[in-house]
Design a protein around this ligand. Structure first.
Ligand SMILES: [Zn+2]
Length: 251
């Protein structure tokens, strides 16, 4: 497949990116909520790699917010699903979570994905993407790299989200994802027992930091979820939203 010219700027497309625990999936759920509120036809996707972590056909944020999403393995699946849905109604907004998993070790998938985004954009669709910018070695994921470094998305539409550094008593922002267990595989989908958001100082570039000797903040210190989970209004909001979202797509 021919490489697409790098000077093409894609139209109405927004990328939420950053390390793990920065609130990317939260943003996805908020976009879905906004679509529902505005009566806008939308479709939400996530990569199948994420199915084992949070379950199939669901986007779940760290704070417990969730929405229905179609699990797909590649860009062709996305195209097929959009075409299928458009036989019933025109889709205005396309949301894709866990973007980093598309096109790992597969340049054709990366280029095909970008071409698909350009076509959607030409059709006047709004596209919302969310995913990690870099892996645990602090290297860009291929698709994110193409979109960001080659200027395919306008700068003002790239929203960098930050987490809190997970190291006890560190007040810095978490801007990197660290893998805290021994495993050299690039893809090893996991949660807080495998990965932490850390600041640059606490990322073990060159394996200088031994994570076995680090004391970590607990979940509540990082996200404050304990207080939220106790909040009745918050629980009701989540319940209402989930039943609403389930009604939109009969999956
Ligand atoms: Zn730190």
């Amino acid at each position: 497949m021919d490489k697409i010219q790098t000077n093409i700027i894609i139209g109405e497309i927004t990328l939420y990116t950053g390390p793990m625990y920065a609130g990317k999936s939260n943003q996805v759920v908020e976009v879905v909520e906004a679509c529902i509120k505005n009566n806008e036809n939308f479709i939400c996707f996530k990569h199948t790699f994420d199915d084992n972590r949070f379950g199939k056909n669901e986007v779940v944020s760290r704070t417990g917010k969730k929405t229905i999403a179609t699990s797909v393995a590649n860009y062709k699946n996305i195209k097929t699903e959009v075409e299928k849905n458009e036989k019933i109604k025109t889709i205005k907004t396309i949301i894709i979570d866990e973007l980093q998993f598309f096109g790992i070790d597969n340049k054709e998938e990366v280029e095909g994905f970008i071409k698909m985004l350009q076509n959607f954009s030409k059709q006047g669709k709004k596209i919302i993407l969310a995913g990690l910018d870099k892996d645990f070695k602090n290297e860009y994921f291929p698709l994110t790299k193409r979109l960001i470094e080659d200027g395919l998305i306008q700068n003002e539409n790239i929203k960098y989200l930050k987490a809190t550094c997970s190291v006890k008593n560190c007040c810095e922002n978490g801007t990197c994802t660290a893998r805290i267990i021994e495993n050299k595989e690039l893809i090893d989908v996991g949660n807080g027992t495998k990965y932490k958001a850390v600041c640059h100082k606490h990322h073990n570039y060159n394996e200088k930091i031994n994570y076995n000797e680090i004391e970590w903040k607990n979940e509540d210190e990082i996200s404050g979820t304990k207080n939220k989970k106790k909040d009745k209004n918050w629980q009701n909001r989540v319940k209402k939203r989930n039943s609403y979202c389930c009604g939109m797509f009969k999956l």
